[in-house]
Design a binder for this molecule. Sequence first.
Ligand SMILES: *Cc1c(COP(=O)(O)O)cnc(C)c1O
Length: 372
Amino acid sequence: MSEQLERLNKLPLRANLRGLSPYGAPQLDVPILLNVNENTHGVPDDVQSAITEAVAKAATGLNRYPDREFTELREALAEYLGHGLGPENLWAANGSNEVLQQILQAFGGPGRKALGFPPTYSMYPLLASGTDTEYVRGVRADDYNLSAESAAGQVRDLAPNIVFLCSPNNPTGTGLGLDVVEAVYEAGEVSQAIVIVDEAYHEFVHDGTPSALTLLPGRERLIVSRTMSKAFALAGARLGYMAAAPEVTDAIRLVRLPYHLSAVTQATALAALHHREALMADVEDIKIQRDRIVAELTRMGLTPAASDSNYVFFGGLEDPHRVWQGLLEAGVLIRDVGIPGHLRVTAGTETETTVFLEALEALLAGQSPLSA
Ligand SMILES: *Cc1c(COP(=O)(O)O)cnc(C)c1O
């Protein structure tokens, strides 16, 4: 045991935090970063200018607390989402991770349980332990699919207080049919489960794929969470949000810290929302690179999962760690999500994607890591 860990273990830490590791995707200094699904196209020039101007204006009033209700931002987010939503349906926080934490603070906690379906977003169990909520691992089919029947059955059996559905799912990239959301919601009636659909990557879905936002009317236990970290290229600004019934946002107000969204954050997010044209053009380009990765990996004999996100999860690797390491040496950082035979790569710019594909193909040719 490391000395540091030994010292930590001597602290009077809450029992359910003992032995846990913090979220720890490596932050390495590598030329091409395709490991945490950021938008690598950068912030377009006009968005940068708009943000700079808006933040300069906000700076003049930083002696005062910000609008605690971030009303203008909730209006802009409602307008962006459409679906007949109003500001009363919107809530935001410092990243969708904070939104999810607030949901757990309000609806989870000691004696309560949250259900997720791994492999899925690695933050769900950490957010659960941070709020002393029991995290229950549901199961998927061998091909990682989750059918409506299976998901609903698990919800009926486990009677969770909260269900996490991630669509498109991280790390697999594959979307869930709305039939799954509907069935889980219905099955959650008995335990009055709050059903969260994490749509962090929704902007990247193939055309015509509906959002769970369409299911909100009449479903007061349903929450759809989104983020500006991916499509909006604002991971560094920390702005996540959710849409739900107004009474759900009122419940979140009971646990949020006062003035949790800084005036700088509000100004930044508003400026990006008002100048989203160039951002959305980059999203279209990323989708092209994503589809290109799927096609190229298939040609190389690998098995990429169907992706509706800005990343591709692929199998067929005999020694994923060797490939990960070889790519790193070639200046490309991708993600080892700990699933045997698999890796995950973010779709970058056209140039970054080319470097990744060429390095990968060379590695595969060099030592034949393909499984038979
Ligand atoms: C990246 C990601 C988020 C976004 O987190 P932020 O806190 O908004 O940056 C949420 N959910 C999933 C599944 C993600 O992959």
